[in-house]
Design a protein around this ligand. Sequence first.
Ligand SMILES: CC(C)(COP(=O)(O)OP(=O)(O)OC[C@H]1O[C@@H](n2cnc3c(N)ncnc32)[C@H](O)[C@@H]1OP(=O)(O)O)[C@@H](O)C(=O)NCCC(=O)NCCS
Length: 378
Amino acid sequence: VTDTDDDYRPGLEGVVTGETRLSRIDGEAGELVIAGFPVDELATRATFEETLFLLYEDRLPTPEERESLRADLAANRVLPEEALAAVRATAEAGGDAMDALRAAAGAAHIDHDDGDPEADAVRAVAVLPTAAAAYWRYHEGQDPIAPDPDLRHAADYLRMLTGEAPTERVVRGIETYLNAVVDHGFNASTFTARVIVSTESDVLSSVTGAIGALKGPLHGGAPGPVLDMLEAVHDSGDPEGWVRERLDAGERLMGFGHRVYRVRDPRAAVLSTAAEQFYKGDDSGFFDSATEFESVARDLLREHKPDHRLDTNVEFYTAVLHAGIGIPRALFTATFAVGRAGGWTAHALEQLENNRIVRPRARYIGCEDRRYAPDDER
Ligand SMILES: CC(C)(COP(=O)(O)OP(=O)(O)OC[C@H]1O[C@@H](n2cnc3c(N)ncnc32)[C@H](O)[C@@H]1OP(=O)(O)O)[C@@H](O)C(=O)NCCC(=O)NCCS
């Protein structure tokens, strides 16, 4: 085996690099299965703790097991002072929320150092909502709010963010979101987590690296722009004219198209139902204009690119739901990380169960036979 072989796939596209029992994606059929459950079956019903237990143990918990994991997560949500200081410094220096999360995950071992991968996994998942909420409060010139050991993970995230105990309707909305995005095959951040732990590094390090991978706009960054777009369309009062103008100018519509899905992203269906339930009753104007826009945009995209199958992706209704729940735009990607941390840690544990260090090869395209030249000959 040399480093000049030709079986080269940029971005590892289509290459199967491991086995997993955690999630299965069928991009042609628009299916996502989480540990055996169709995503809509699980996401809209389970608590985040149940989903996490399912990923770790491959079955739903008993009520006692669910409570035990809830209490464990809650106890682990408390950040060490050093981590909180790093979050504060990031917010005050104008850094973004993902920098704050990465710093907090990087410092979470300080008062924890357990060495047990499963305890590290719970720790890594637990600290992220605390860091995201603290970042936002420092950003707004407020003091952070300490975790509440009696609350569920999702509810406590919102309480630490706003200072108020959220209603069950709001908690259901955010839990459906966290469950819907908890895992999605070998995406870039999950693969990063597996690569890191494959060196027998620790699970907290793998989550720290995964946060860095998710930070990039090609992976974690679209719901903010979707919301900008929806607000602009809402203000224009003419969705069709607005879309035609954008497409004629060669622009892309945010929240549509996906590398893997060739039909509507199944998570979009879950989140649109969650958003519909959330907005039902009081102010459904924004939700109604979003669904109207979706239908106009899908039709016009079909007309505009008949050879491509462009449909709604997860980011579209993420933006609608987050706007309703009151997640600040600056925390959209961080909130994605709060959910995806479940998948990252479950993948890290799965990798460790049957580990082989990840070590692909590169095709060398540089020079050969160079000679070291003295300064006066360069
Ligand atoms: C997600 C995304 C990057 C996938 O890209 P991709 O798989 O590389 O898609 P392709 O580049 O093969 O697109 C095929 C064609 O459809 C067009 N297209 C893709 N997404 C489009 C969109 N959202 N709006 C308008 N046209 C789009 C492309 O311009 C391309 O046209 P061309 O062949 O004339 O150049 C892309 O669809 C996109 O940029 N979407 C908008 C941003 C977004 O919502 N991102 C969140 C993803 S979860």
